[in-house]
Design a protein around this ligand. Structure first.
Ligand SMILES: Nc1ncnc2c1ncn2[C@@H]1O[C@H](COP(=O)(O)OP(=O)(O)OP(=O)(O)O)[C@@H](O)[C@H]1O
Ligand SMILES: [Mg+2]
Length: 275
């Protein structure tokens, strides 16, 4: 399974490179089995870092390696065999005329046989509640259905590393829960890894076991999720903002020795009971 190492990476979108680094000297590794929450204020550089990992942008300085191979030496297609990204705006991802074609495209590229593709498309479309829409245009789906298709078209490729940018923006409670379920299911396969860039810390806490915090292009903190919740300074300085649930969890684990996973499970059950 894939290991990603980000080695002293700086990046600038501008020609005037020396003065305008959007990312500055980032060092970080994502190991097989990691589930990392990438956090930071608007404009801090999260999406830029994800695009660099995907090979859609190239580091201005430093290197990104996937399984020890410099991504500068790999094509976007080669990278996409191991790492797949679900973009924030699903419509940007779609290009096919039907949901079936959208789901089949990556599999065709990989050279799978017609029958294998049909079987996988049927299976995945049923799982994501899209089976009855297979002949419809992706653009004629509802907002929630488009989201499900964008995830399904990546899930069907079964990547080793899954990257999700702002998975819950504008989504209701029910869809959030569906997303939690899908990502947890993905992580059940040993050594798969997940990177989630989000402002939705409550959502992230339910899935991730690690966190990395970027502020103004610098990686200012990384560690496990429980340690992040004990890190009061990041929150008091306003780099990250607590929600009601995250501040409650943080207080509980700081003041008593309760188990983080148990607290999250308890809150999930409570929320479920209230629905
Ligand atoms: N294509 C681009 N050209 C020039 N500057 C860009 C481009 N895309 C992003 N930027 C700038 O790079 C910085 C980092 O943007 P990025 O989208 O990576 O932030 P982010 O952490 O994902 O923010 P958000 O939380 O709002 O999604 C911002 O200052 C942004 O204005
Ligand atoms: Mg972003």
């Amino acid at each position: 399974m894939a290991e990603i190492s980000i080695e002293d990476v700086s990046f600038s979108y501008e020609q005037d490179r020396e003065n305008n680094f959007v990312l500055k000297n980032i060092n970080y590794s994502i190991l097989p089995g990691d589930s990392v929450l990438l956090l930071g204020p608007n404009g801090s550089g999260k999406t830029t870092l994800l695009k660099l990992i995907m090979g859609l942008l190239k580091p201005t300085k430093g290197k990104i390696k996937i399984d020890n191979i410099d991504t500068n030496k790999l094509s976007v297609f080669e990278i996409s065999k191991k790492v797949s990204m679900i973009f924030q705006n699903p419509e940007k991802q779609f290009f096919a005329e039907t949901v079936r074609e959208e789901l089949s495209f990556g599999l065709k590229n990989r050279g799978l046989r017609e029958e294998e593709i049909k079987m996988l498309v049927d299976e995945v479309s049923k799982k994501f509640g899209l089976f009855e829409y297979l002949d419809r245009s992706p653009f004629d789906l509802s907002g929630g259905e488009k989201r499900r298709l964008s995830i399904a078209s990546i899930a069907i490729l079964d990547p080793e590393v899954l990257i999700v940018d702002e998975p819950t923006a504008g989504l209701d409670f029910q869809y959030r829960n569906l997303m939690v379920g899908i990502l947890r299911e993905f992580l059940k396969t040993k050594n798969k890894s997940l990177i989630i860039a989000t402002h939705d810390i409550d959502f992230g806490l339910r899935i991730a076991n690690k966190a990395a915090v970027i502020d103004e292009g610098k990686l200012i903190w990384n560690g496990d999720i429980v340690s992040l919740l004990k890190e009061e300074e990041i929150f008091s300085k306003g780099i990250l903002t607590h929600t009601f649930a995250s501040s409650l969890i943080s207080k509980l684990i700081l003041q008593s020795n309760v188990d983080f996973q148990k607290v999250v499970k308890g809150l999930e059950e409570l929320a479920e009971g209230l629905m």
